[in-house]
Design a protein around this ligand. Structure first.
Ligand code: RIB
Ligand code: CA
Length: 361
């Protein structure tokens, strides 16, 4: 009998039915072992300091994430690598340098990718303002970026401390993909990749099915997901939780807050206006990604998944299809490992309270 995928899927579904005895082909993968794994990971990360490289396309929410990272006792920032995305590369570098300066961080900044791996960089309307930081004439960094290149910095840093360095990326994954292409064996020594990207199990913002960081360079996402590095993914579904968003009242509290809060209240001006125009409060995608790392008690549930990135030239470009461990579909791709821990439940109030106290205490 030719074993087609369909046959295999039916066989697997039959096995699942027998095992589960309840007739549901799809099972919730937060099995005891999976939950323990997630809880163990969370518990472990709540005590240890993380040695981390931050990869960013520094728009204003990225800057908010840099403030959380630079003021956290949980992180030892080894360096910041920047790339195109929300804004052109030069703005991303200057915005990162300025934000780190405001926070009193001397973390080195390295210049990375100016454009996607394959497609031409699309000039997107930057919802963050022309300069990416609210067009408030905030950006006058005293220091410049380092001479070295971002990809070499990533590889050299991981090589110098194998198994200990983590990367948190909240822009397109072009720098990470370039590092994987240049030296895949070294990248396998990266302890964990934390990513703000994909729609999670929700809807897109670049298209109905694609989230902006993936849409900006889906080929890069495809390269990274195929490398099967241990990866925690925060998707737009978590970002859209209402209790996590910034209201007008929050923004004015920040404006009367500490120096980081005052700076960020100005940097958020255009992003806040963008959301206000559609009657919404402002989301904080990138700060939430950093929060998953520095406040692990915020993460209440993750699901282990396999992610398949759509890179065709059709309307699905940038969609990441998430196959949950334990779910069986009629058409299954070849899955070698469920390496993605996708965040599926968070403590929204904890996140918002802690974010606001970083900006106002
Ligand atoms: O979709 C949200 C993501 O796209 C955030 O990282 C934001 O900064 C933009 O890069
Ligand atoms: Ca970003």
């Amino acid at each position: 009998m030719k074993c087609t995928r369909k046959t295999l899927a039916c066989v697997m579904a039959a096995i699942m039915l027998l095992l589960s005895g309840c007739g549901a082909a799809n099972t919730d993968n937060t099995s005891e072992s999976a939950k323990e794994t997630a809880v163990e990971t969370t518990a472990k990360s709540s005590t240890q300091r993380h040695k981390v490289i931050i990869d960013t396309d520094t728009g204003s929410d990225d800057a908010g994430a840099l403030v959380l990272a630079a003021t956290s006792e949980q992180l030892d920032i080894l360096g910041v690598t920047v790339l195109f995305g929300n804004v052109p590369l030069k703005n991303a570098a200057d915005n990162a340098l300025m934000t780190l300066e405001v926070c009193g961080s001397d973390a080195p900044v390295y210049i990375g990718a100016e454009k996607p791996l394959k497609k031409e960089r699309e000039e997107m309307i930057s919802v963050h303002g022309k300069d990416g930081m609210g067009d408030q004439d905030l950006i006058h960094p005293k220091r410049g970026a380092e001479d070295g290149d971002a990809v070499d910095f990533i590889l050299d840093t991981i090589k110098s401390d194998p198994g200990e360095v983590e990367i948190i990326a909240f822009g397109p994954l072009t720098n990470i993909a370039l590092a994987l292409k240049k030296d895949p064996d070294t990248m396998k020594l990266c302890k964990r990749l934390w990513v703000m990207g994909t729609t999670g199990f929700g809807v897109g913002n670049a298209t109905p099915v694609a989230e902006f960081n993936v849409y900006s360079d889906a080929e890069a996402y495809d390269t990274v997901l195929r490398a099967e590095l241990p990866m925690t993914v925060l998707g737009l579904d978590m970002v859209e939780i209402e209790e996590t968003k910034i209201t007008e009242d929050d923004l004015s509290k920040m404006a009367q807050g500490n120096k980081n809060g005052v700076f960020m209240s100005k940097a958020f001006a255009k992003l806040f206006e963008f959301y206000r125009k559609s009657g919404n409060n402002m989301t904080l995608p990138d700060p939430m990604a950093v929060a998953c790392m520095i406040w692990p008690d915020m993460v209440l549930e993750t699901k282990s998944c396999y992610g398949l990135t759509c890179v065709g030239d059709d309307a699905a470009y940038g969609q990441v299809i998430l196959y949950q461990n334990g779910s069986v579909y009629e058409a299954m791709p070849e899955i070698s490992s469920y390496n993605l821990d996708v965040v599926t439940k968070i403590d929204a109030k904890l996140f918002k309270d802690r974010f606001m106290s970083v900006m106002t205490d």
